[in-house]
Ligand binder design. Structure first.
Ligand SMILES: OC[C@H](O)c1ccc2ccccc2c1
Length: 451
């Protein structure tokens, strides 16, 4: 009996530690059946399914994160990298679909894959579905576990996958350059955690979040009601006029579209909660170190943005103050678990039975590129999603507002919420109110703010 050396016990990244705080077992949350991140691309050209299957194996070999388990049942959780294993590729025949129906059918397939269940303990943590419209037109959907990948990673996986497909299709082995692994990131983070930059950032957050409480919304149903959990997604398009007014106001105020959108969101939240002193979480890519730009893993960081709106007369004032909040936060972007050590009472509100946090993020165009090429294939990402779904990828505990800002000032968004805590009607009402407020905010930023 050959004894296999036990896989190395690798410390978790700080983001994986943060996720473990939401761990409620395997029925929901980060280790539940739907904590995944998905992406879909339209592929034009000769797609060789055998080569694609080989390329999927290449990608799992290349990125350890896709064959890593988080061991949580033996004391302090750790991650363990296992040997390569072949991922599942399933093929759907969509030949009956007329060309003008294909974009919508592709989005429907994406939603179908997003509503499927994955097992966090089942490796590899990626699966692929190909819908074939004809020999040179297909849609590829990737689904990766969100403890092992994030939105940035899904694009890295796609690029590597199509590069490997091109090599395999011509009978060659892929020759991608070696890439730093997620375990290197986890080690790097811990080495830096005690450095001078981290100490300065801790001091910043200690001051910035003094006496702060995360802004939370009263839910329709308490946590203790124990209703079965599923995360629903309202998806929507933002009027072109509102999208371009957002981008031009951002330019005028030397701010980002995110800062303008977030300013409007804070005005909206103040109306809902009646408080001026708002602390709202956003997610940053967590990819400040360029060394890891091609690494697959979950790097995102939950960053609490605190802005006190008291004294702001107009939306323009709010954008200016929001800009300061964001610049300060971005230049001290350390892992949330370290920030929480400096503001231990920050998350107290969400421990209560009938409150939930409502996070807000924006993903902008570099990752939403249009046509790209890889070997004989042209591909473009399906990012203008407007098809809602009742059961989709899981938000562990709260609401997640996401806006996607496209290359030509086009904008779509999604509102993810826990259906066991909020009614769909409550959320669609909130969405309508926010979009109305956003329109007013960006088309008339100097109008006096309503109290
Ligand atoms: O991609 C974001 C991730 O799914 C996530 C993780 C934790 C959260 C906690 C509260 C609200 C939203 C969250 C989203």
């Amino acid at each position: 009996m050959t004894t296999v050396a036990p896989a190395e016990q690798i410390p978790l990244s700080f983001h994986q530690e943060f996720l473990c705080a939401f761990d409620t077992g395997t029925t929901e949350g980060p280790f539940g059946p739907r904590y995944h991140v998905v992406g879909a691309w339209r592929l034009r050209g000769e797609l060789d399914l055998g080569a694609l299957e080989a390329a999927l194996r290449d990608v799992v070999d290349r990125h350890e994160a896709l064959r890593t388990v988080i061991v949580r049942d033996r004391g302090r959780p750790y991650q363990s990298v296992l040997a390569p294993c072949p991922p599942e590729l399933s093929v759907r025949d969509l030949r009956g679909c007329a060309p003008e129906e294909r974009e919508r059918r592709a989005e429907e397939l994406l939603n179908e894959v997003e509503s499927e269940t994955n097992d966090a303990g089942e490796l590899p943590l990626i699966r692929a579905v190909v819908g074939r419209f004809d020999d040179t037109d297909a849609v590829l959907v990737l689904n990766a576990h969100h403890t092992a990948a994030d939105a940035w990673s899904i694009d890295v996986i796609l690029r590597d996958l199509l590069a490997c497909h091109a090599a395999r299709a011509r009978g060659a082995a892929p020759d991608l350059p070696p890439v730093p692994q997620y375990r290197d990131h986890a080690r790097h983070e811990r080495e830096n955690a005690a450095g001078p930059a981290a100490a300065a950032a801790r001091a910043y957050w200690r001051e910035r979040l003094r006496d702060a409480s995360i802004t939370a919304l009263r839910t329709d149903r308490p946590r203790s009601a124990g209703a079965p959990k599923a995360t629903s997604w309202h998806r929507f398009a933002v009027d072109a006029e509102v999208a371009s007014a957002t981008v031009s106001l951002a330019g005028e105020l030397k701010s980002s579209p995110f800062m303008v959108l977030f300013a409007a969101y804070q005005v909206f939240l103040r109306g809902l909660t009646g408080t001026d002193d708002l602390v709202v979480p956003t997610f940053t890519p967590g990819r400040g170190n360029a060394r890891f730009h091609e690494t697959v893993g979950s790097f995102i960081n939950f960053l609490p943005l605190r802005t006190d709106l008291s004294g702001c007369e107009t939306v323009r004032d709010v954008v200016r103050r929001t800009r300061q909040t964001c610049l300060g936060a971005y230049s001290h972007d350390i892992p949330f678990v370290q920030i929480l050590e400096e503001a231990p009472a920050l998350m107290a509100p969400v421990a209560s039975d009938d409150l939930q946090v409502s996070a807000f993020q924006a993903i902008s165009s570099p990752y939403l590129a249009a046509d790209e090429r890889a070997g004989g294939l042209r591909y473009s990402k399906l990012w203008r999603r407007t098809l809602s779904q009742e059961v989709g990828s899981d938000v562990p505990d709260g609401i997640l507002w996401t806006l996607h800002i496209g290359p030509s000032n086009d904008m779509v968004g999604s509102l993810g919420f826990n259906g066991n805590r909020f009614d769909a009607d409550t959320m669609s009402g909130m969405l309508a109110d926010f979009l109305r407020l956003l329109r007013r905010a960006v088309t008339a930023p100097d109008t006096a703010l309503r109290r």
